[in-house]
Design a protein around this ligand. Sequence first.
Ligand code: E4P
Length: 217
Amino acid sequence: MKFFVDTADIDDIRELAETGLLDGVTTNPSLIHKSGRDFFEVVAEICKIVPGPVSAEVVATAHDEMMREADILRKIASNIAVKVPLTIDGLKTCKKLTEDGTMVNVTLCFTANQALLAAKAGASFISPFVGRHDDIGFDGMQIIEEIRTIYDNYDFKTEILVASVRHPIHVLQSALIGADVMTAPPAVIRQLFKHPLTDRGLEGFLADWQKTGQKIA
Ligand code: E4P
């Protein structure tokens, strides 16, 4: 499963990229706002740090205007994935852009039927938001299972990008279901490395090593 980070914070992206485990980045207008940075400047910087797909979202709601914005966004770098919302205009835009070979991430997906439409529109990625579903008392991961089944039934190439990830259990479940990608906030990715028994075990090994008085040199 590929790991994308869901942020526009350059320091976080740089630090996680150094692990060699980061396959891409997703941004959205709220994350750009949170960064306090200029949209074009920050996205261009991210594209230089991470060679994998970097999602940059259109903010128009009508197809023609989405196409105009997408044309500007895809010129930022060759690894831009244009993000469009799951609306009729968004999917029309997706179809057009993917025919040209542009990567498209269809966002704000909340049902398996919506994911089916996105795959038919040729989306490179479909982003079902699991956390926001959980927030309203629904099991968001259930949609991921349904989408996996549908995409496998018809051999769709659209990658399932689990979004709105809130905790490590979402990551685990995504991997068990066979999602292609998950995008999580930096804090959730850092949590994946951690276990108290790892810390305690390391402390014990280092303390005992110290007692041997030896060196690896
Ligand atoms: C995905 O591309 C979105 O940016 C993101 O995962 C939304 O997550 P949120 O529900 O935590 O805002």
